[in-house]
Design a protein. Structure first.
Length: 361
């Protein structure tokens, strides 16, 4: 069992009411302030295309920052470090995803260089680079550099960051690999993804290739490591254990749910969707249910495991309550089957998710 004082003490919310109280009172207002400042800077980006994508990523993916920042609710005394860090890194992720998704380029070297910014962001010693050097749109007025600096400054403030830095960088590296391979030419991307999976499949024998790829696309493992590093005295062994607890099942569940509700959009846009690689709907439900159960089992190894169980139930509620579900009959069916016999905790989060969306509409 890991020995983390903050994560085992009375300060960690262990029930949904206390967690949501902290989210509404402390987390969401702080996230709003961070995003407001970043939006003001994004509005000043000189290049029109970069400006459009930066603003759109904040408009359409705001809930990514809100959801990720829930980890700060487990250590409110360090929220002044955790929330700016999580918001900045998630904003880089969402911005770069837009740039690659709607890119004027299909150059893997361009995508790789863009995502070097995320690797630099989690290394406080890294020197800033010209991350746009391989693309036509280059003048962002210092926006991406600003985001990288925020992350570097904040991780340097985490008391035990050296104990998790290697594992954070490893997860960021996997995330960058995925973003490169999934955004290249359509006739190449599956071969590249399968060759990439061949490097890791022996380490994850219970996964299919699409499930590993989905896990690589999650930022939750990074955020959990930030939370752990906010505690004094974290050992390198604990850092390694936490990474294994969150990756691949918690991370994989996160992104498979995201792909589940995006199937219609991705089909219309010709985008790759990892939920389309199952032979039928029953197998999709079976695999998702297996990953949910494995994620629940994994987090039992953590102190304050009830908090992490709340994260898992919250993920299910957040994604399965998304309005996109209503407009896709097959996704509605999958959602009903996954929500069958829902625990009261998940139903509580479901109601809260719907309410939060209405407030932002």
């Amino acid at each position: 069992m890991l020995r983390l004082t903050t994560l085992t003490g009375h300060r960690v919310p262990k029930g949904p009411l206390k967690l949501m109280h902290r989210v509404y009172k402390y987390v969401l207002p702080a996230v709003d302030l961070e995003l407001k400042e970043l939006r003001l800077m994004a509005q000043q980006i000189p290049d029109a295309e970069l400006r459009i994508q930066a603003l759109d990523s904040m408009d359409t993916k705001r809930f990514h920052c809100q959801g990720g920042s829930v980890y700060a609710a487990a250590h409110l005394e360090q929220r002044h470090i955790l929330i700016p860090l999580i918001v900045a890194l998630q904003t880089i992720s969402d911005y770069l995803d837009n740039l690659c998704d709607r890119s004027t380029s299909l150059d893997p070297d361009d995508f790789r260089l863009l995502h070097q910014s995320m690797l630099d962001a989690v290394n406080p010693e890294a020197q800033l680079q010209d991350y746009y050097a391989l693309r036509a749109e280059r003048d962002d007025g210092g926006y991406l550099h600003h985001l990288v600096r925020i992350c570097q400054r904040q991780v340097a403030l985490l008391p035990s960051y050296l104990s998790v830095q290697e594992h954070v960088s490893g997860l960021v590296g996997l995330y960058g690999d995925l973003q490169v391979y999934k955004h290249i030419r359509k006739d190449l991307r599956e071969d590249y993804l399968l060759n990439w999976w061949a490097l890791y499949r022996k380490d994850y024998p219970s996964l299919q290739w699409n499930e590993f790829a989905a896990a690589a696309g999650s930022t939750l493992g990074m955020f959990m490591l930030f939370l752990a590093a906010s505690e004094e005295g974290l050992s390198e062994e604990d850092g390694a254990a936490i990474k294994k607890i969150y990756f691949p099942h918690v991370c994989g569940l996160h992104i498979l749910l995201d792909y589940l509700i995006d199937q219609a959009e991705d089909q219309a846009g010709g985008d790759l969707n990892f939920c389309n690689y199952y032979d039928n709907e029953s197998l999709l439900v079976e695999r998702l249910a297996t990953i949910v159960n494995r994620a629940r089992e994994d987090v039992l190894q953590l102190p304050a495991s009830r908090f992490h169980r709340l994260i898992i139930e919250g993920l299910l509620a957040l994604y399965l309550s998304d309005p996109k579900v209503r407009h896709q009959a097959d996704v509605r069916d999958v959602s009903r089957r996954l929500m069958k016999n829902s625990p009261l905790t998940r139903l509580f989060f479901l109601i809260n998710s719907i309410w939060i969306r209405k407030q932002q509409a």
